[in-house]
Design a protein around this ligand. Sequence first.
Ligand code: ARG
Length: 391
Amino acid sequence: MEKVVLAFSGGLDTTVCVKLLEEEYNYEVVTACVDVGQPQEELEKSQNSADNINAGKHYIIDAKDEFAEEYIARGIKANAEYEGYPLSTALARPLIAMKIIEVAEKEGATAIAHGCTGKGNDQFRFEAIIRSMSDFKVIAPIREMNLTRTEEQAYAKEHGLNLSYDKIYSIDENLWGRAIEGDVLEDPANEPPEEIYEWTKSAEDAKDTPTKVAIEFEEGVPIAIDGEIMGLVDLINKANEIAGENGVGRVDIIENRMIGLKSRETYEVPGAKLLIAAHQALEQLVLTTDELRFAQYMSGLYADLVYSALWQEPLREDIDQAIDHMQRRVSGKVVMKLFKGSIQPLSRESPFSLHSIEQITFEDKETEQSEVEGMIKYHGLQAANYQKLNR
Ligand code: ARG
């Protein structure tokens, strides 16, 4: 019997996929769950449900450090957000796909399967990687059989699949954020129920006193919070905690999906919002006007590429190189204030600061003010000529 490796989370879609792959596709199924910082109990659940549905072999692959250092770090340096969403799911997908390929090679499988439906972006992200990095056949049972969530539930019941999930929403969670979809959220006319949020407090329930947090960066990457140097995984967890407590990081958008659908998406991304805001505050101090304008342009392009399953696109690598070059001076310290959902910089300092207190101060005698007159006289020469035509 041929073997297939299924990217497995233990949720409804992937659980149903195990049985479908055995019964409808006649494969021996190996399941693999890539740990990109989802909660421990979710990993345990994936193990339990793999055991329950009697899948052959189950892998849990720890990819947290790689996710933080090779993907999230790039997201921070690029200030990458798509329509206000810091790309938590989108950044993790290429890494998950690459890890699944490794398992498939090790297992001598002939195919790789995923549980994506035919409506979302994740199917593009998984398959772009699998097709460009390997020759494995791709199987997407839910999409190929055009199953609805209700049909999947019925199938699971019929086959006695013990579902370890108890959620009505479709949730994708990792170190960089939490995406919540489905049920009442599908209609943008409905307000999101408070119960969907787990990482963030509402502004009303957040602390009544502001929190100040100091973040230190080295070449665009955060390395310390409140003076404590830590690895990126711990630092992001800490940032999630601090910002979430202060009601920072709830995102509710009408998102433009790759296939053109508009979709109401809700996210909890407290750490991402805090770290990106702090990073931008530092960039303002150390980059030139032109660099900042160009960084902003690259940021939009970069986010679009990551969102739309083009991690493999050479332009993504080109932009990463340009950003890394620019980030050599993005080192220093920023203090941010968090208060009931709001976030603002309080202070920033850097050895690479281009700001000069001597030049800007009203007390300066060194800069000869009158010398600026010549510059003023000829500034907007063409505009002045144009206005003269009408005078
Ligand atoms: N809309 C987001 C994206 O395309 C999040 C998708 C979350 N996926 C999920 N299965 N809930 O990146």
